[in-house]
Design a protein around this ligand. Structure first.
Ligand code: S3P
Length: 172
């Protein structure tokens, strides 16, 4: 059976780690959309933002996301935190062979997970630690509409990667 498992959610929700876990367990290919973009453009995500601008990043993200959904069969993919929010990418979350899952993390969880990794994340690298929580709250408010287009939603707060993965196995 063709099944494209697509994980969406904010930065720090654990999309990449959980995708790896699912891929190992289900023995299907694992794609990390940020890695695919970096390999294609031969630049790190932060360099793409700096040198080419966010719009170029979003265009590459859209093209590669579409390409993988249209041309690959069974796989699990961790997307970037903004993937469903641009170029109508969220429409793909409801395609017939797609199992889309929103990994929902609270502002608090996200804050603690990303505060020490701000330099890897261009959207928050210039936000001061004092303003980070408020930024995440506003950003999540804007993005929730898109994340909620996923077919399934799993709360990740306080759960290990194994616990989240086993919840996902139960819906597959
Ligand atoms: C982004 C999230 C990042 C990466 C880029 C933009 C976003 O991915 O795609 O920095 O818009 O939220 P992760 O969610 O894997 O950190």
């Amino acid at each position: 059976m063709v099944r494209k498992i697509i994980l969406v959610g904010y930065m720090g929700a654990g999309k990449s780690l959980i995708a790896q876990k699912l891929s190992n367990h289900l023995k299907i290919d694992c794609y990390d959309l940020d890695d695919l973009i970096e390999n294609r453009l031969k630049l790190k995500v932060s360099e793409i933002f700096k040198m080419k601008g966010e719009i170029s990043f979003r265009k590459a993200e859209h093209e590669i996301f579409r390409e993988y959904i249209e041309n690959h069969e069974t796989f699990v993919m961790s997307t970037g935190g903004g993937t469903p929010c641009y170029f109508n990418n969220h429409i793909y979350l409801n395609e017939i062979n797609v199992v889309s899952i929103y990994l929902k993390a609270s502002i608090e969880t996200i804050y603690h997970r990303i505060i020490n990794e701000k330099n890897k994340r261009p959207l928050v690298s210039s936000i001061s630690n004092d303003e980070l929580k408020e930024f995440i709250g506003k950003h999540l408010f804007e993005r929730n509409y898109f994340y909620n287009q996923a077919k399934y939603k799993i709360d990740v707060d306080g759960k290990t990667v194994e616990e989240v993965a086993s919840e996902i196995f139960s819906i597959l």
